[in-house]
Design a protein around this ligand. Structure first.
Ligand code: PAF
Length: 268
């Protein structure tokens, strides 16, 4: 695996895995999936200041360069790209807007977060010119907005959706899980039970109720939102929506968790 800073040193026809470092098993699975598509797998690590609205969060963001390098190599990356800020943001660059979808759910408490994500992802694409780029379905709102940007900006890159990796019982892998102890992790399984309960009815109202009832069985879980969205608009789904997805965010013992699951049910 080569380690480079300048985009001019990147291979062509690559599959790009954009990250902010602190790599874990979820990233490893994105890298392995990228390897199935291309021999040139570029993993980028850039902690993007534009997507933090709080400087202390940016400073606190975990930085684990040595274990990142090992994980990227062992998972099959051919290039580890550590872009410098002056190449990503050389003076005036075009700032993208995530629009109204960027302001709801995960964007509600973080104004400008998704615009910052789109701006950096577009810069990474412009510099690396990858043929493919891989993003996890776990951050479904981010994935939705990136796919929308690619369509609207007519970008050449093909976006690959990577399935969420779950531990036994269904807990989605996340760097935040290290803050959960054994008891918290057991409590957090309620999220997957609730997403699964939502998938037992094709009727949006009933599915939402089933999801909320399931969440209410776990006193350690504080729900922030639990809704069914229309995958085409990211608005609240109706029974007429062609594809629907249940999305949940909430707290366990001071740790904020998000997850989602597509609804397999046909129309009500
Ligand atoms: O999901 C992330 O790690 C980041 O939001 C991304 C896509 C690498 C952009 O900084």
């Amino acid at each position: 695996m080569q380690i480079v800073e300048k985009s001019a040193q990147l291979p062509s026809a690559s599959a790009l895995v954009p990250t902010m470092g602190a790599l874990h098993e979820g990233h490893a699975s994105l890298i392995r999936q990228a390897r199935e598509i291309s021999e040139n797998v570029v993993v980028s690590i850039f902690v993007n200041p534009l997507q933090f609205n709080d400087t202390s969060d940016l400073l606190k963001y975990p930085r684990t360069p040595e274990s990142d390098e090992n994980l990227a190599r062992e998972s099959g990356a051919s290039t580890l790209w550590l872009p410098q800020e002056d190449e990503i943001y050389p003076g005036e660059i075009e700032k993208l807007s995530a629009g109204v979808v960027g302001e709801k759910f995960e964007g509600l408490g973080r104004p400008g977060h998704f615009s910052g994500v789109l701006t950096v992802v577009k810069r990474l694409f412009d510099l690396a010119k990858p043929e493919w780029a891989i993003f996890g379905e776990k951050d479904f709102q981010q994935l939705f907005l990136i796919e929308k940007m690619v369509k609207e900006e007519n970008l050449k890159v093909k976006i690959i959706r990577a399935k969420t990796i779950r531990s036994e019982g269904g807990l989605a892998l996340s760097s935040r899980n290290i803050h959960l102890d054994h008891k918290d992790k057991r409590a957090a399984l309620v999220i997957w039970r609730a997403l699964s309960a939502a998938d037992t009815s094709a009727d949006v109202h009933q599915a939402t109720e089933a999801m909320k009832l399931a969440l209410a069985t776990e006193p350690a879980f504080t729900c922030e939102y639990a809704v069914i969205i229309d995958e085409e608009t990211f608005g609240i789904a109706t029974n007429e929506s062609k594809s629907k997805r249940a999305i949940i965010a909430g707290w366990i013992n001071g740790v904020r968790l998000i997850d989602n699951r597509p609804m397999s049910q046909a129309h009500a």
